[in-house]
Ligand binder design. Structure first.
Ligand SMILES: *[C@@H]1O[C@H](CO)[C@@H](O)[C@H](O)[C@H]1NC(C)=O
Ligand SMILES: *[C@@H]1O[C@H](CO)[C@@H](O)[C@H](O)[C@H]1NC(C)=O
Ligand SMILES: *[C@@H]1O[C@H](CO)[C@@H](O)[C@H](O)[C@H]1NC(C)=O
Ligand SMILES: *[C@@H]1O[C@H](CO)[C@@H](O)[C@H](O)[C@H]1NC(C)=O
Ligand SMILES: *[C@@H]1O[C@H](CO)[C@@H](O)[C@H](O)[C@H]1NC(C)=O
Ligand SMILES: *[C@@H]1O[C@H](CO)[C@@H](O)[C@H](O)[C@H]1NC(C)=O
Ligand SMILES: *[C@@H]1O[C@H](CO)[C@@H](O)[C@H](O)[C@H]1NC(C)=O
Length: 636
């Protein structure tokens, strides 16, 4: 035992005794822990969306023109962008022209989203070609340094000059060869003037639940491990759009990939929109979470606001979007979904009107007419829907509107905010749609401090905040950490919950991930009152009963303290000899961070704990998060 802990034990005051009562419980919120997703800096494209080829269809628009980047020519060939008089589709007018300079194997090469992980598995690919060619195409994964072929397949051509033809292939790899690889698509030029055009060149690894056009398995598994209950989609700023005309248009993200033009997202790259509205819904289904669907509400990030007399067009567009997802085949837009092969309507219970409308000079118009117009139209047509206002500053707040609260504060503030929801007026419930401790206690914003953060003290503070959410089910639905995913090859924002690159074994779970994982996987269905011998701080806690598991749960966190904190906890009916499980998370110091390429610093310790005369007794050090669970009867 270290000297410091000996001293602290010597000076320790009495234990906090906590008795959990079984009377006067309240239903816990079924939502509690959630996720907020948006395609920020290649966390959708290049991230959870499993497509491996970057810039697969040369998409561009008036904000960001098409580019060849990161494609290069393979062999003696020149490549350029070209708009054929017969485009692949009106959504994808631009293709790549490959022109031979000599006879031999020529084509195009793509490095993926900073690499393509080559594993022993089957990749599914496809591409479209225009032009006369009789031989075989070859799709291959190659070492990016030596060019050596790691896996390849020959694909007989049925290409011609009458139109575009689609070629599909399966690419089997027998080996794990790392992610520093390129994809090449080649053909054999018989003469020095051979020309072919290619578009929508796509390659997928096996996806989560084997969905076509699906999601990356390892990242989905990480999300699943968080046991989330809701997901806010399809983004915040990215949904809004930076400049007039660049908003996310739901109707251009559906249907065949050749019909999706993509768009310039808010984070300075072109979104493929392969991850479209339906894919978001399937994602929610696969995670078994409640979608919280954010609707575009008339505000661009540059501050441009749609005037009142023009807003109805967008209100109708939002209604069409809801009908597309939830309507049956007899409705105009529901029928469009059915025609795409999704006969069963999706279930939506929460929609949000815009994102952070108190920013970008949006508040005045939001208060004056924007929120109201959406709220009235949606509640009239879909009275069962919970409608979120994108800010708590709405004034007046219509009865029944839910408030979407966002906060990126500092650790001390998050701890103080343990009580933030205690005295809220329950007539307007809150959903914390974005949350993360993003500042240090000097209140400097740390998200520019590249890959550093979250760090442990911030994660412990987030735990305290979550406990504050859990103990107020009458006023808060739940809380979503944001942002969720960070592509280490291209990012700007910190903190993030999960960091990754193309190497599917390298994914890093942040300190905050571990905290949310522990608290979210130990739910209770009924919140129970507790009698405490002491005030909160440095210890914070909440307790409840999980009816399905016959388990009492106590969750706690200890923030700054010079002495270790002793606890003695009694659950209803827990007698001497009862055995509970105690899980404690700690880290070496308050500034420990889980950094890409370095080991996980969070220590998770599980112990079986027998109740003594005074109940379940244990000690927690400063900056720790813990769950004590006692199953009073087996569930058989
Ligand atoms: C293709 O057409 C688009 C849209 O009209 C235009 O913006 C782009 O510059 C054209 N690209 C080429 C390579 O001609
Ligand atoms: C793989 O692609 C990268 C990026 O385009 C390129 O720099 C590199 O030369 C390619 N490797 C080979 C062996 O061609
Ligand atoms: C999508 O809807 C918008 C109206 O919100 C419309 O302007 C646009 O043309 C539609 N796009 C397609 C491809 O139908
Ligand atoms: C605590 O709540 C206040 C009031 O909503 C807010 O201004 C502050 O940023 C919050 N701090 C944290 C860290 O959440
Ligand atoms: C990531 O986002 C930041 C901020 O928008 C931007 O400066 C950076 O270029 C982005 N990275 C890429 C590769 O787009
Ligand atoms: C991929 O990540 C794993 C785990 O961090 C690491 O052991 C491996 O070396 C990485 N692969 C490459 C090619 O860097
Ligand atoms: C808690 O500890 C941290 C790290 O030492 C420090 O920055 C912060 O000011 C402390 N907060 C309080 C309220 O004492």
């Amino acid at each position: 035992m270290r000297l410091s802990s000996l001293l602290s034990l010597a000076t320790n005051v009495a234990a906090v005794t906590i008795s959990v009562s079984k009377d006067e419980g309240k239903d816990a919120s079924p939502l509690q822990y959630g996720l907020m997703f948006e395609d920020i800096n290649f966390s959708g494209d290049g991230g959870i969306y499993a497509e491996l080829i970057r810039n697969r269809a040369f998409q561009g628009d008036e904000f960001m023109p098409s580019t060849l980047d990161p494609w290069s020519a393979f062999g003696p060939a020149d490549i350029s962008l070209f708009n054929l008089t017969t485009p692949l589709s009106s959504a994808l007018p631009t293709s790549v022209t490959v022109k031979g300079r000599a006879r031999g194997e020529i084509g195009i090469s793509n490095p993926g989203y900073w690499g393509i992980d080559v594993l022993p598995q089957t990749y599914k690919g496809s591409f479209w070609v225009f032009g006369d060619y009789q031989g075989d195409f070859k799709a291959a994964l190659r070492s990016a340094s030596s060019g050596e072929i790691l896996a390849s397949v020959n694909i007989p051509s049925h290409s011609n000059t009458r139109g575009w033809t689609k070629h599909e292939f399966a690419l089997d790899s027998d080996i794990a060869a790392g992610y520093k690889t390129n994809f090449t698509l080649t053909f054999v030029a018989e003469s020095s003037h051979q020309v072919l055009n290619f578009n929508l060149i796509s390659l997928f690894p096996p996806t989560y639940n084997n969905r076509e056009n699906g999601l990356r398995q390892d990242l989905m598994q990480s999300l699943k491990d968080l046991n989330p209950s809701f997901m806010r989609i399809p983004g915040g700023n990215n949904l809004q759009g930076k400049l007039p005309g660049s908003r996310w248009k739901w109707n251009e993200t559906i249907g065949d990939l050749i019909d999706r033009p993509g768009r310039t997202g808010a984070w300075r790259y072109h979104n493929t929109d392969g991850l479209g509205l339906i894919e978001y819904m399937l994602w929610c289904q696969d995670l078994k979470v409640e979608p919280v669907l954010i609707l575009w509400a008339g505000l661009y990030l540059d501050g441009t606001v749609i005037p009142e007399n023009e807003l109805d067009f967008y209100v109708q567009d939002a209604l069409h979007e809801i009908e597309f997802l939830t309507g049956d085949a007899s409705t105009e837009y529901g029928a469009k979904r059915v025609a795409l092969g999704y006969a069963t309507p999706f279930e939506i219970n929460f929609v949000g009107v815009g994102n952070e409308d108190h920013f970008s000079s949006g508040m005045t118009s939001y208060n004056e007419y924007r929120f109201r117009m959406f709220f009235d139209a949606i509640s009239e047509k879909y009275p069962h829907l919970q409608i979120l206002s994108s800010t708590i500053e709405l004034d007046p707040i219509p009865k029944g509107a839910v408030l979407d609260y966002h906060d990126y504060g500092n650790p001390d503030g998050a701890v103080r905010n343990f009580t933030l929801f205690d005295d809220q007026d329950a007539s307007n419930k809150i959903l914390v749609g974005e949350y993360g401790v993003a500042r240090n206690n000097g209140n400097e914003v740390l998200w520019k401090d590249h890959r550093k953060r979250p760090w442990w003290i911030a994660s412990v503070a987030e735990a305290v905040f979550y406990l504050g959410v859990e103990r107020n089910p009458d006023t808060v639905y739940g809380c979503a950490f944001a942002p969720l995913l960070q592509n280490i090859e291209s990012y700007q924002w910190n903190p993030n919950l999960i960091t990754f690159n193309a190497n599917t074994s390298a994914t890093v779970r942040s300190t905050s991930f571990h905290v949310m994982e522990l608290l979210s996987n130990n739910r209770f269905t009924t919140l129970l009152p507790v009698e405490n011998s002491d005030e909160y701080d440095p210890g914070f806690w909440v307790a409840g009963l999980n009816d399905d598991l016959n388990t009492y749960v106590w969750k706690g966190a200890v923030y700054n303290t010079t002495t270790e904190q002793e606890f003695e906890i009694n659950f209803p009916g827990s007698q001497q000899g009862a055995v509970a499980e105690l899980t404690v998370l700690t880290a070496p110091d308050p500034f420990s961070e889980n950094i890409f390429g370095e080991p996980d610093l969070v220590d998770t310790r599980r112990t079986r704990l027998e109740a003594g005369q005074k109940g379940f007794a244990f000690v927690l050090p400063q900056w720790s998060v813990a769950v004590l669970s006692w199953q009073y009867r087996s569930t058989k």
